[in-house]
Design a protein around this ligand. Structure first.
Ligand code: UDX
Length: 469
């Protein structure tokens, strides 16, 4: 099928590249000419696993790039809207980009098309898109609007797209439903999974996925409610972690015990320093605004947000209780991205903590495998950027683990021990077994587990001990 994808951010790029891999002809549209030129020249603007491979595979063949939305609409059967919906001051989504895209699409509706809303938007947006397209002169019989929310996690967006738990399609007509079924046919029929060239299957993936057809309003709510539920799971386990700390229980054991109940599930039950990113914080605010507008006071969401903020403050208090004073302390920081596997620092709890520590007068030496370039734009002074985790730890009064990168869970602890000034690790992501850290001579503080303490000998003492031995 011929499809246009408007907006070449995370969602648009991944959607376009994946549809091309399913055999469709894709034109990616963006009004930023510089971005279009860069994409045509082979640049990949985001750090996303398998995206460079897919773009390289299809660029100039099944993927084209264009700044002309009307022309792209004319030559496509399906037009995806994947532009940003940033939050306004009051927390609801700013839909002005969606509206201006709908206006332009209107001029290109010359034969039947399905216009698909892919950005995360509040309920009623599909209806509004239809109204705007008609208002701008398109024949109502020549198009339908569908809602097809994405459930892509940054870092695993490509495999999330190609091996989804389910595909949700909200429509108002059988004709539009049929177009959407055809579009996702390569996945729902299992055809894609038999291809030699398919992107490798993640371990837990069940194929083929189910396609769930709903009304547009239901699909819009499914997206907001899914993200709110996942955020609630994280805040729930973070709240439980706080109780574990007070009573001396171990949150990892508790989380395991809860999560193995199949009604609850073990995913998104990892305690830490709170959720961040471009979706959860924004979507919760937007969902709360949607609820309010519909006359429902969704106070549960407010509590989810409050627990999330508090989680970061708790961690900061923990650092303070270990270090006593902050001014002039040198802290090694591992992780700046809002989670592992991405270079995204939007609403990153790691970055917010670093900013707070800088305000308190700490000196930071930070390392992140992917997010340092972006972080440098925000963190102007008081921060050094290290070439690796060991350099960040060198001479540190304490080492802080703030992002759940896999490589941070596999450090050479012997080596680390000789580099730090004091053997203190504060782990905001529970990447290590406390007993193992103590064995390696570290005092180890994590989330929802008792601190594991050792005699805090300095690197100098350690060197002397070694000399004597
Ligand atoms: C999320 C949704 O998962 C995805 O379905 C949606 O389409 C977009 O928003 P993403 O923002 O990429 O995806 O990140 P996600 O993997 O969901 O993590 C969000 C945040 O929660 C991160 O800061 C992560 O560190 C944190 N998190 C996640 C936890 O603290 N504990 C967990 O158990 C899981």
């Amino acid at each position: 099928m011929r499809i246009a994808v408007v907006g070449s951010g995370y969602v648009g790029l991944v959607t376009g590249a994946c549809f091309a891999d399913l055999g469709h002809e894709v034109v990616l549209v963006d009004n930023d000419e510089k971005k279009i030129v860069a994409l045509r020249n082979g640049e990949v603007p985001i750090h996303e696993r398998f995206l460079p491979e897919l773009l390289a595979r299809h660029r100039g063949q099944r993927i084209k790039f264009s700044a002309d939305l009307q022309a792209a609409t004319r030559e496509s059967e399906v037009v995806f809207i994947a532009v940003g919906t940033p939050p306004t001051e009051s927390g609801d989504a700013d839909l002005s980009y969606v509206e201006s895209v709908a206006r332009e699409i209107s001029g290109g509706v010359d034969e039947y098309k399905v216009v698909v809303e892919k950005s995360t938007v509040p309920v009623y947006t599909s209806q509004w898109i239809r109204t705007i397209i008609i208002r701008d002169g398109a024949d109502p019989a020549l198009f339908d609007v569908a809602s097809n929310p994405e459930f892509l996690r940054e870092g695993t967006a490509v495999t999330d797209f190609l091996y989804p738990d389910r595909i949700v399609v909200g429509v108002e007509s059988e004709r539009a439903a049929e177009v959407m079924r055809q579009l996702y046919g390569p996945l729902t029929s299992g055809w894609y999974y038999g291809r030699g060239e398919a992107i490798p299957r993640p371990e837990a993936a069940k194929t083929p996925p189910r396609l769930i057809v709903t009304s547009t309003k239901s699909a819009e709510l499914i997206k907001h409610a899914s993200n709110a539920f996942l955020a609630m799971k994280i805040s729930f386990i973070n709240a439980v972690a706080s109780i574990c700390e007070s009573v001396g229980a171990n949150v990892e054991q508790v989380s395991d015990g809860i999560g193995t109940d199949s009604r609850i599930g073990s995913r998104f039950m990892n305690p830490g320093i709170g959720y961040g990113g471009s979706c959860f914080p924004k979507d919760l605010m937007a969902f709360r605004a949607v609820a309010k507008e519909s006359g429902y006071d969704f106070r549960l969401l407010e509590e989810v947000i409050r627990i999330n903020e508090e989680q970061r403050h708790r961690f900061l208090r923990k650092v303070r209780s270990v270090l006593w004073t902050f001014r002039g302390k040198r802290l090694g920081v591992l992780g700046l991205a809002f989670k592992g596997g991405t270079d995204d620092i939007r609403e990153s709890p790691a970055l917010l903590l670093v900013q707070e520590l800088l305000r308190e007068g700490c000196h930071i030496c930070a390392y992140d495998p992917a997010a340092m370039e972006r972080a440098k734009e925000v963190l102007k002074s008081g921060v050094e950027f290290a070439a690796d985790a060991y350099e960040a730890a060198t001479g540190a009064d304490a080492l802080l683990i703030l992002t759940e990168w896999e490589e941070f869970a596999a450090l050479d602890l012997e080596r680390l021990r000789t580099l730090v000034k004091y053997p203190i690790v504060l782990d905001g992501r529970n990447l290590y077994d406390p007993a193992v850290m103590v064995e390696h001579g570290f005092s180890y503080y994590s989330v929802g587990r008792a601190a594991a303490l050792t005699e805090e000998t300095t690197a100098r003492t350690l060197a002397k001990k070694k000399e004597r031995a």
